[in-house]
Design a protein around this ligand. Structure first.
Ligand code: RUB
Length: 308
């Protein structure tokens, strides 16, 4: 495997590259790098090499269907394409072009999604968010750019404080931003107009899987009758869940919670958790606002998944 692809896998595992969309983009770009660097001299060997590297990238973090869906799509197309080309240089060029086209499509989808999302925010809205979602910060920045004087409360998001990343990005953009500890979310919810979070995975029941702590935000939002939306490209849908497989929740090193904890102390450190569909007003997608119950059929069509 190319050294820089190894580096990308390492950075995804260590959360240096974080957030579902950034991970998916980095993985697809890495496949392009691998394709360019490949020394294989037959299209079958080249395909097998990319299949292997694709699997390693897809498994770098387990709860990332967006990465898996795009890699699967890339490999499916590459498999079809490889038989149409004689020279290895042609199939290599095809792979590189395909990765570039996927990344371009990801950016276009995100742009459409953000445009739908910013329209949901009332003028001067107070928004509560959790963790760092590039999709959510994109929506908030687009709203501010259009002259909406929003205010944002960010939960700091223990244990790795991704909320600080959100807060820094927004405050540097000129948005009125306040950072709160995770346990302070009930206090600020009373002043909120809307909650906006990202998504790592969406199940066939329309449940959301996102950073641990998201369900607390959703439940408190419901208690105060505040609407709760997740910004999620339909590629975050996990087709495995249709067949009864649960989306695996990544368990991370306990040292992230307490480095130097007493021996024998048990520590749980799940990266993500599920929010039941009934707490979610809608998913903000590149196709518009989709109710949780319909997300599965919309996504299946877009991803070309046969249901029966
Ligand atoms: C990040 C997280 C984000 C989603 C969506 O978790 O839960 O809300 O990935 O992000 P981690 P995006 O920091 O563990 O990767 O909208 O950028 O896809």
């Amino acid at each position: 495997m190319d050294k820089s692809v190894e580096r990308v896998i390492k950075d995804i595992k260590s959360i240096k590259i974080q957030g579902a969309r950034n991970i998916a983009k980095a993985a697809i770009n890495a496949l392009g790098v691998q394709a360019r660097a490949s020394k294989k001299n037959s299209s079958q060997l080249f395909y097998e090499e990319l299949l292997l590297v694709g699997q390693k990238l897809a498994l770098a973090r387990p709860t990332e269907p967006m990465t898996r869906n795009y890699i699967d799509e890339f490999l499916r197309e590459l498999k079809k394409g490889k038989n149409n080309f004689g020279k290895i240089s042609e199939i290599r060029d095809l792979a590189v072009q395909m990765t570039n086209a996927i990344v371009k499509r990801m950016d276009e989808n995100a742009e459409k999604l953000m445009s739908y999302g910013q329209k949901l925010l009332p003028n001067g809205a107070t928004v509560v968010t959790h963790c760092h979602s590039s999709t959510v910060t994109g929506i908030l920045k687009m709203a501010a750019k259009k002259g909406n004087s929003i205010k944002v409360f960010c939960c700091e998001t223990r244990p790795l404080y991704q909320g600080r990343k959100t807060a820094k990005e927004l405050v540097e953009f000129g948005i009125d931003t306040t950072l709160i500890v995770d346990s302070g979310v009930n206090g600020v919810m009373k002043r909120a107009d809307i909650c906006l979070v990202g998504a790592d995975a969406i199940t066939s029941r329309g449940d959301l899987i996102n950073k641990v702590g998201t369900s607390t935000v959703a439940h408190i939002a419901r208690f105060h009758d505040i609407s709760f939306y997740s910004a999620a490209e339909v590629y975050k849908y996990s087709p495995l869940t249709l067949f009864g497989t649960r989306e695996e929740i990544e368990q991370r090193n306990s040292k992230e919670v307490w480095d130097g904890a007493p021996k024998k102390l048990k520590i749980l450190n799940p990266a993500f958790e599920a929010v039941a569909a009934r707490y979610i007003n809608g998913y903000i997608t590149e196709l518009g606002i989709v109710p949780p119950q319909s997300l599965f059929s919309v996504a299946a069509e877009k991803l070309g998944i046969d249901i029966v």
